[in-house]
Design a protein around this ligand. Structure first.
Ligand SMILES: Cc1cc2nc3c(=O)[nH]c(=O)nc-3n(C[C@H](O)[C@H](O)[C@H](O)COP(=O)(O)OP(=O)(O)OC[C@H]3O[C@@H](n4cnc5c(N)ncnc54)[C@H](O)[C@@H]3O)c2cc1C
Length: 489
């Protein structure tokens, strides 16, 4: 169909770079919403579409942290996932169930496949890595690692979370053999031995996870699933772990435009509601959940200094209450903590010393200020994704930053973008050809990483792109017939 060939002029209406949930959902929405003559190309470097890091996990025990009733890919069809799951996974799936993430990956792939089948000849999937983007005369050129060039009218970056940045570990050398920088990279956890049982436990057979959020929970589950029986130490600045989900009553939404526009004022308001909710038996979870539909509006209403204040002082507490784990995950985790199989620590790492048999990690205890030491066999970075795009080693991002086609948002949470996803370039101008969706929009939306937000972005961005492409059509036709575009491959 629209694939470029040497000497041939051909241009996709929209190119999506990144085929995780966000890319797949956007492609499905474009196909669903578009007239016949639009064409879409999805560039994904991995072998499978719809999975990404979250739903491509090799561990069958990793569960969604959002119940099935809230994980549909389509905002206008809340039962879509439930219907699919009852047909394709388990006939007894209930709305409050937390499905395996692998199953959700199959669903995300199905969502796209179904639309591709309904709209034959309009979608192409390319397995490659996009490494650069160029723009001239209303057409975007996307260079792929293997050498091919694609042309498109609009390009959407659906790159997902950036890989984790390394925490400060004074004393660690670049040649460390006992440090895993990115637990999501393929094979990263395979160093952990399967055959040590608790009786044979020695200090060196314990593992330190730096960070105690959702990544640590995931890594703990993966380690146990691989048969690792040693002690797992979780060390973070505050030692906070994600809370469990629990069934809650609905709490009447209470935030509106007249609510305080300061972090302090908002906290006071939320605490007052939590107190009433706790006393009435509804519980704090109901209050936090009632804020979810308004989180983006709250973020937008806060002045930048207040957003910064939130990030500095409140974020860790917000994260553990807002991003909760399924009870099937949280309960065994609590038992392991009680039994001493998992030890939690709060503090700041001050020294890292590695020898042939293990690593000594020293940290300054948060509550006592005393120096404490742990002897472990392996240290795994579970601090979560890096947000500052200037620190990422990624050819495409580096290229876009160098050309000033994108810039970080003012708080370095992702890429600077308008509320509807158009990227803002290095000169502060709104792009009319480059867009984004998903985690990189955290700067303008804050709540932008999970399916309930991404599926709305996908639906709205598809509408916007199709309307904008319609307007561009005369320009593109003129350019295509006049300029003689051809692929470099
Ligand atoms: C471990 C984990 C668990 C999660 N669990 C949940 C959950 O239960 N519920 C929920 O709602 N959310 C969850 N999330 C949030 C998650 O971020 C979103 O649900 C969703 O997966 C994000 O999709 P995405 O497409 O933006 O990113 P990703 O899924 O990360 O996809 C990005 C894709 O882009 C590709 N890519 C990147 N750069 C290029 C390039 N230059 N060229 C080609 N391809 C490229 C990557 O290969 C990748 O496949 C979880 C996140 C993580 C990390």
């Amino acid at each position: 169909m629209n694939r470029t060939k040497q000497g041939e002029i051909s241009c996709f209406t929209v190119a999506i770079i990144g085929g995780g949930f966000a890319g797949a959902a956007l492609a499905a929405q474009l196909l669903r919403q578009s007239p016949r003559n639009t064409s879409i190309v999805l560039v994904e470097r991995g072998a499978r579409v719809g999975r990404g890091v979250a739903y491509g996990t090799p561990c069958g025990q990793h569960l969604l942290n959002v119940p099935a009733k809230n994980m549909t890919a389509y905002p206008d069809d809340p039962e879509h996932l439930l219907r699919w799951a009852r047909l394709n996974h388990d006939v007894n799936v209930q709305p409050g169930d937390f499905l395996p993430r692998q199953v959700y990956g199959q669903y995300a792939a199905f969502v796209l496949e179904q639309e591709v089948d309904r709209h034959p000849g309009r979608f192409e999937r390319v397995q490659d890595e996009a490494v650069s983007v160029d723009h001239a005369g209303g057409i975007v050129e996307i260079k792929l690692r293997a050498g091919e060039t694609l042309f498109a009218g609009k390009v959407v970056l659906a790159l997902g979370n950036f890989p984790p940045g390394d925490p400060r570990l004074p004393g660690k050398t670049p040649h460390s053999q006992r440090y895993v920088s990115d637990p999501w990279s393929p094979g990263a956890l395979e160093n952990i031995s399967r055959d040590h049982d608790l009786e044979q436990y020695q200090q060196e057979q314990s593992v330190l996870l730096v960070g105690s959020g959702l990544t640590s929970v995931d890594v703990t589950i993966a380690l146990r699933a691989r048969g690792f029986k040693g002690t797992i130490h979780l060390l973070s600045r505050r030692g906070l772990l994600p809370q469990n989900h629990k069934a809650t009553a609905i709490w009447t939404p209470f935030w509106d435009e007249n609510s305080p526009r300061t972090v302090r004022g908002l906290l006071r308001l939320i605490r007052a509601h939590v107190e009433v909710a706790e006393n009435s038996g509804s519980g704090w979870r109901a209050v936090i959940d009632s804020l979810r539909p308004f989180t983006q509006a709250i973020w937008r209403a806060l002045p930048r200094a207040e957003r910064r204040r939130f990030l500095r002082h409140v974020r860790p507490y917000w994260e553990v209450h807002r991003h909760r784990v399924a009870p099937e995950i949280g309960v065994p985790l609590a038992t392991q903590i009680q039994d001493g199989q998992i030890e939690t620590h709060a503090g700041r790492i001050t020294a890292y010393a590695e020898d042939a048999d293990g690593v000594d990690v020293t940290y300054c205890d948060r509550s006592t200020g005393e120096k404490r030491s742990l002897r472990v066999g392996l240290v795994i970075n579970c601090t979560g994704p890096e947000a500052d795009c200037r620190r990422i080693e990624n050819p495409l991002l580096n290229n876009l930053l160098r050309q000033k086609m994108v810039r970080p948002d003012p708080l370095f949470l992702g890429l600077d973008a308008s509320e509807d996803g158009a990227l803002i370039d290095g000169r502060g101008e709104l792009s009319d050809f480059l867009y984004s969706l998903g985690p990189s929009r955290k700067g303008s939306l804050w709540e932008s990483t999970a399916v309930p937000e991404i599926r709305v972005q996908a639906a709205q961005l598809a509408t916007l792109l199709l309307a904008a492409s319609e307007q561009d059509k005369p320009k593109l036709i003129q350019r295509e017939t006049g300029a003689g575009l051809h692929s470099a491959a």
